[in-house]
Design a protein around this ligand. Structure first.
Ligand SMILES: NC(=O)c1ccc[n+]([C@@H]2O[C@H](COP(=O)([O-])OP(=O)(O)OC[C@H]3O[C@@H](n4cnc5c(N)ncnc54)[C@H](OP(=O)(O)O)[C@@H]3O)[C@@H](O)[C@H]2O)c1
Length: 346
């Protein structure tokens, strides 16, 4: 018997991208599904595929614009009225705008971003979590992001909503620790979905380094099923970037993330002739250095930890200086950072 037999997973934003890949994993594992999106057509196609390929017993399609006021209550009541018990909730649907907050982005659209990413996510979590706690059974996967823990200039409101999701999730974990209910934050790096086009962004630098949505979903699914607090999908580079986000000064991070969201055509004709590989190298070098620092830190005694903290701070300052003038100091930062890591590890 498959682990999902007789259980139901509800996935919001299941019509494309990471949500669609997650829905497929649930179907393969024998779960019944409630698929929610504001565009019904792809959901019906998915339902047919799941029923014929994986023998899914029940796929319920619900068409909802989740950026509307109080839509979470409507969705919850509709699911209850159909007599469905939701064992797993995936708060996946999420959107962004693109541009400078003060002068370029549209407030009406930004309100939708906050509504969907924050209010709907929070209320759906509250309503379904209440039932899960009453049954002492259930799991929730929250789509946070790598930008939950970094600034993201040109997607400022989006990043703030994802910081909220991350914070909410970690607090709820503590409140739920004496129950069999778990909440997990999935923190993908930039992923190859419709996300950037839906945000009306032009072709961006970040689009040369996108992760595979199927990989993101697989890592998220595993963490969800194990009831883990969070998962950064992908390999060492993504995990190192997470560590770097905790260690680096915010200004340096903001500079790096701003470059990622800079339109590609602007970088191509910029007077700054820094090759992309040099920036990439600096970012990776800094990230790996950060990862090495934390790994070593975890193995130290309390006195060495104090000594180490001082060294990590000085490495952070070096990284800050280097990244803020990345054009001419990337390689210098690499050697400087590497030397400091070696010194700290000695
Ligand atoms: N892609 C990335 O780089 C990335 C990185 C980290 C985190 N994430 C998060 O991952 C989640 C999934 O995004 P994705 O990358 O898979 O993007 P996506 O391909 O655009 O998928 C988003 C899904 O949500 C649906 N949706 C959008 N607005 C909706 C609304 N008002 N009501 C109901 N459904 C709505 C979309 O439907 P339509 O297609 O019909 O519009 C789509 O099916 C989001 O929470 C996003 O913030 C993405």
């Amino acid at each position: 018997m498959k682990q999902g037999t007789g259980k139901t997973a509800l996935v919001t934003g299941a019509g494309s991208g990471i949500g669609q890949e997650l829905a497929k994993l649930f179907a393969q594992d024998g779960f019944n599904l409630v698929l929610v999106d504001h565009n019904e057509e792809p959901l019906h196609r998915l339902a047919e595929v799941f029923e014929s390929n994986y023998g899914t017993e029940t796929v319920t399609v619900i068409n909802k614009d989740l950026a509307r006021e109080d839509v979470a209550i409507e969705l919850y009541e509709e699911v209850k009225a159909k007599g469905i018990t939701v064992n797993i909730l995936v708060n996946n649907a999420g959107i962004s705008t693109y541009g400078k907050f003060a002068t370029e982005t549209n407030w009406e659209r930004e309100k939708e971003v906050v509504h969907l990413n924050v209010l709907t996510t929070t209320l759906l979590t509250k309503l379904f979590l209440n039932d899960m706690v009453a049954r002492n059974e259930g799991r929730i996967l929250q789509l946070a992001s790598m930008v939950s823990i970094t600034p993201f200039p040109l997607m400022a409101v989006y990043a703030a909503t994802k910081a909220y999701v991350w914070s909410l999730t970690q607090s709820l974990r503590n409140e739920l620790k004496d129950t069999n209910v778990t909440v997990t934050a999935l923190m993908p790096n930039a992923t190859a979905t419709n996300f950037f086009r839906e945000a009306d962004a032009p072709k961006l630098n970040v689009e040369g380094m996108l992760d595979d949505p199927a990989m993101v979903a697989r890592d998220g699914y595993k963490a969800l099923m194990k009831g883990e607090a969070k998962v950064v999908p992908g390999g060492l580079a993504n995990k190192a970037q997470e560590v770097m986000a905790y260690l680096s000064p915010q200004e340096a991070l903001a500079g790096m993330m701003r470059w990622l969201l800079t339109p590609k055509h602007e970088s191509d004709r910029s007077d700054d002739k820094t090759p992309n590989w040099a920036i990439g190298l600096g970012v990776v070098a800094a990230a790996v250095a950060g990862y090495a620092l934390v790994s070593a830190y975890n193995n130290l005694g309390p006195v060495d930890k104090m000594r180490y903290r001082y060294k990590a701070k000085s490495l952070g300052n070096s990284a800050n200086n280097a990244l803020s003038s990345v054009a001419d100091s990337v390689l210098g930062a690499y050697h400087n950072g590497k030397a400091k890591v070696e010194e700290a590890l000695a």
